[in-house]
Design a protein around this ligand. Structure first.
Ligand code: FES
Ligand code: FES
Length: 161
């Protein structure tokens, strides 16, 4: 077993883990962050996407020990002061989910996409989300939601200046 300390959603967690444990299993089974889900376990679907030091990663493709000493943000850490993150609000307002299984990973990937490219075109949104699969095929409203969130995130930045 290996001792790791990971800052998960702003809380420092120190645990003993097997070196082969995947980050997604650590988050769900040890830390209790069950908002992060497993769709495939083979890095195809993106359902397990979280942020590692602010960048999106598929947490079934990262070992827990690789997160030692780093910051992980899950879907559960995205809102602040009880307010939904603009991306979460946009998914809600644009009906961008059906069964909701892909949603946590889709939102985490979308936040990373808009952070990198604050004003993405529809094509850029589709390309940026190509590693995230929605089995309900609700892509149209997902793309609409990401475009809406990009708009509201950029007006928030303008107001903050
Ligand atoms: S569970 Fe990680 S990509 Fe599918
Ligand atoms: S909403 Fe069902 S998998 Fe995307």
């Amino acid at each position: 077993m290996t001792r790791i300390t990971v800052n998960v959603d702003g809380v420092s967690c120190t645990d003993e883990v097997e070196p082969r444990m995947l980050l997604v299993h650590y988050l769900r089974e040890v830390v209790g962050k069950v908002g992060t889900v497993v769709g495939c376990d083979t890095s195809n679907c993106g359902a397990c996407t979280v942020h590692l030091d602010g960048r999106s990663v598929k947490s079934c493709n990262v070992l827990a020990v690789q997160a030692d000493g780093h910051d992980v943000t899950t879907i559960e850490g995205l809102s602040s002061n009880g307010e939904l993150h603009p991306m979460q609000a946009a998914f809600h307002e644009n009906h961008a989910l059906q069964c909701g299984y892909c949603t946590p990973g889709m939102i985490m990937q979308a936040v990373d996409l808009v952070t990198e490219n604050p004003n993405p075109s529809e094509e850029e949104i589709r390309v940026g989300l190509e590693g995230n699969l929605c089995r309900c095929t609700g892509y149209h409203n997902i793309v609409k939601a990401v475009a809406a969130a990009a708009g509201s995130m950029s007006s928030e930045r303008t107001e903050a200046r």
